[in-house]
Design a protein around this ligand. Structure first.
Ligand SMILES: Cc1ncc(COP(=O)(O)O)c(C=O)c1O
Length: 305
């Protein structure tokens, strides 16, 4: 193995905390062999996990989506995550929870597994470069499509990200930040690791889950927040043309929040600058983060030593 470039990381494997250079996974693990795994990514603000309960609920949903049980309760997972956070003690932390179907005799049959494995990776999460928010980012439309719901449902956050890996490499080849992925009907689903939104006629629009995409936690939060603040929010199938000719566009994910998109396939969005409605929604999101974290502070004493 190459020497670790991850000195800042801490890893928890099946409840045991190890430094990154000791964090090894068996080559017989089904996550490694088949991508037979599910995962979550969240982050901390002021050292406290953000919407952890919601992420754990999605983890369970993803596991159920591939017929796998989680042998750990939310309470056990939360305790482990708090223990890890206390050990690293950094304000802005990336937390990745991975559950694989485990190891066993080589073969596709899940019954060959001898029990799930749990990995939690804690890493420092640098702030996103400011220029992405000030100038916006560029997207291309990938040639490779998102899985249909009847393949591995994209709403399952599984270890099978190869379509998305190929899509982002197309984006990078073309000098873009990320790629939009279409479904088999040619409608837009999402980007490789974020949900896509546009503003059209003053309405915030994002594709529905039926289009075949991950139900992003940021996406759901924004749909709710927008409604509460009297903004017009709509889940609607979007064509690539609609995205390219939108007034405003942005992508959303836990670690990026609301990131403006100012060009798609080389076509400028709006006036080429991040839009005012995008900014407004982001401001509401930031205020919501503050509120959630101040509530988390009250809950945290239960888990902190
Ligand atoms: C494919 C995909 N879509 C959307 C998202 C955004 O999800 P969330 O807002 O829950 O971070 C992610 C997050 O990693 C993702 O991998």
């Amino acid at each position: 193995m190459k020497p670790s470039r991850f000195e800042d990381a801490l890893v928890c494997i099946n409840g045991v905390f190890v430094p990154p250079e000791e964090a090894m996974v068996s080559i017989f693990d089904r996550g490694f062999l088949y991508g037979d795994s599910v995962y979550e990514v969240t982050l901390t603000y002021q050292g406290l996990p953000f919407l952890l309960d919601t992420h754990l609920a999605r983890l369970k949903n993803s596991a159920n989506g591939i017929g796998m049980d989680l042998p750990w309760s939310d309470e056990e997972l939360t305790k482990l995550i708090y223990q890890g956070l206390q050990r690293v003690d950094r304000p802005r932390q990336y937390v990745r929870i991975i559950v694989t179907r485990g190891g066993g005799e080589i073969g596709l049959d899940p019954a060959l597994s001898d029990g799930q494995n749990l990995f939690i990776i804690f890493r420092e999460l640098p702030l996103q470069p400011k220029k992405y928010y000030e100038k916006g980012v560029s997207l291309i439309t990938a040639e490779i499509i998102r899985n249909p719901k009847r393949a591995v449902d994209p709403n399952v956050k599984s270890g099978n990200y190869l379509n998305n890996v190929l899509a982002i490499s197309q984006a990078k080849e073309k000098g873009a930040y990320d790629a939009l992925m279409l479904n088999a009907k040619g409608n837009v689903t999402e980007s490789t690791t974020a949900n896509i939104w546009i503003v059209e006629d003053g309405v915030f629009k994002t594709p529905p889950l039926e289009a075949g995409l991950l139900g992003g936690i940021t996406r759901a939060t924004l749909l709710d927040l927008g409604e509460k603040h009297g903004l017009k929010m709509k889940e609607e199938d979007l064509s690539p043309h609609q995205v390219r000719s939108a007034q405003e566009a942005f992508i959303t994910s836990s670690t990026r929040e609301v990131m403006p998109v100012t060009s798609v396939d080389g076509q400028v969005i709006g006036n080429g600058l991040p839009g005012p409605l995008t900014q407004k929604l982001h401001d509401h999101y930031r205020a919501y983060v503050e509120q959630v974290i101040s509530e988390e502070k009250k809950k945290a004493s239960k888990y902190l030593d």
